[in-house]
Design a protein around this ligand. Structure first.
Ligand code: ADP
Length: 396
């Protein structure tokens, strides 16, 4: 069975076609600048040269048309016909409290997802455009929604409730939802395999450290706390997001003349390691600047590491212990020094890293040494594969 995985952003569309008999990627690509000038779709299949389609794409539907034509193209295609696509899995950001798992898409799922648009204004509407376009183009193919929030629906109320007046929750559904759920689910399951233990018996902390970053405490296979909140702005310091700050800073700055939209933009796009360092939102640039003696770049990294370490400490407390810590996503998978610095502050957990294992990249591996009381792992995340697995299970 071939599963097509679709991830629509506001002006982009990422896709992967997977053969689920082997879990191999048959083709993948990215359409960018949808709805703008200079729209381009880049398509690639293993063993073939990348193909670029530079043509107008008014909406995601045109991008889907181009990618579906590319999949069956006589020269660079990988399928004889689109009938070989058995199911489509969509990454969807926000399901509120409606869904705690992936689900086959019908009119009701679309309606509920739409109700969550205001909590995921950048992503949910785009995700829905992708779903509707696929329904039009391939009406007979089952489609599945895989939500970023779903894995965190197992959080207990004490972890997801904010101490605001209760009616804020009743009226407006203000609570912690958490994101990156597909990634945390994928790597926590893989960690069980890497450790050779049943996930039901493990206390794990998953550290998804990329441009967006979040931690998740996974006890006996279920998420019990996570660092993002009502929106992905909460928790850790990120590329351009501030993460947790004293909420009173918002009215304080409003009194200095900033309006709410401006503050929202500053906290989401101009803060984090970019805001503190003044150098870049990319960790590689900031690490380089820090190594060259830039003090603000070093400070930005120090704040980031400190927040990761103290959140790990909070989750050890939440689970009354920890068996394994997982590093994943761009920084977590690739930055040897970041993992070392974060773990250097966790000696109270009996952690010691194996420097040789910690220098490896690109494979799921244990990076702590034999004497370490807590297992530390690098596990490359694969959200597309997780989406395809869920899609396959439901479409079957
Ligand atoms: P997202 O999916 O949230 O956009 P990624 O998971 O792709 O983010 O992570 C991107 C981040 O990972 C970037 O800030 C980048 O600097 C960082 N990164 C990637 N490779 C390295 C590396 N070798 N060393 C340090 N940081 C890295």
């Amino acid at each position: 069975m071939n599963v097509l995985v679709i991830n629509c952003g506001s002006s982009s569309l990422k896709y992967q076609l997977l053969d689920m008999n082997t879990e191999e990627v048959l083709a993948k690509g990215l359409a960018e600048r949808i709805g703008n000038q200079g729209a381009v779709l880049t398509h690639e299949a293993p063993g073939q040269e990348k193909v670029k389609f530079e043509q107008a794409m008014e909406t995601h539907k045109e991008a889907l048309n181009i990618l579906m034509a590319a999949l069956v193209d006589p020269n660079h295609g990988v399928l004889k016909s689109l009938e070989e696509v058995s199911a489509i899995g969509h990454r969807v950001l926000h399901a509120g409290e409606y869904y705690s798992d992936s689900i086959i898409i019908d009119a009701d799922v679309i309606e509920k997802t739409e109700l969550c648009n205001e909590m995921g204004p950048l992503h949910n509407p785009a995700n829905l455009i992708g779903i509707r376009a696929c329904q039009e183009l391939l009406p007979k193919v089952p489609q599945v929604a895989v939500f970023d929030t779903a894995f965190h629906q197992s959080l207990p109320a004490e972890a997801y409730m904010y101490a605001l007046p209760y009616e804020m929750y009743e009226k407006y559904h203000v609570r912690k939802y958490g994101f990156h759920g597909t990634s945390h689910k994928f790597v926590s399951r893989a960690a069980g395999e890497v450790m050779g233990k049943n996930i039901e018996d493990l206390k794990l902390i998953s550290c998804h450290l990329g441009n967006g970053a979040s931690l998740c405490a996974v006890k006996n296979g279920k998420a019990i706390d996570t660092s993002m909140g009502l929106t992905p702005l909460a928790g850790l310091v990120m590329g351009t997001r501030c993460g947790d700050i004293d909420p009173a800073i918002v009215p304080f700055l409003a009194n200095k003349g900033y309006d709410v939209a401006e503050l929202d933009n500053i906290m989401n796009k101009k803060s984090g390691i970019l805001g503190v360092s003044g150098v870049s939102s990319d960790f590689r640039d900031v690490e380089e600047a820090a190594n060259a003696g830039n003090e603000r770049a070093q400070l930005a990294l120090d704040i980031f590491y400190y927040r990761v370490r103290t959140t790990i400490g909070a989750y050890v407390a939440a689970m009354d212990g920890v068996d394994g810590i997982i590093f994943t996503a761009g920084l977590g998978e690739n930055s040897v020094t970041s993992r070392q610095i974060i773990c250097d502050g966790l000696s109270y957990l009996g952690i010691s890293l194996d420097p040789v294992a910690n220098s490896k990249r690109g494979e799921a591996t244990i990076i702590s040494d034999k004497d370490s009381k807590t297992t530390v792992m690098v596990i490359p995340t694969n959200e597309e594969l997780m989406i395809a697995r869920d899609t396959l299970a439901l479409a079957k």
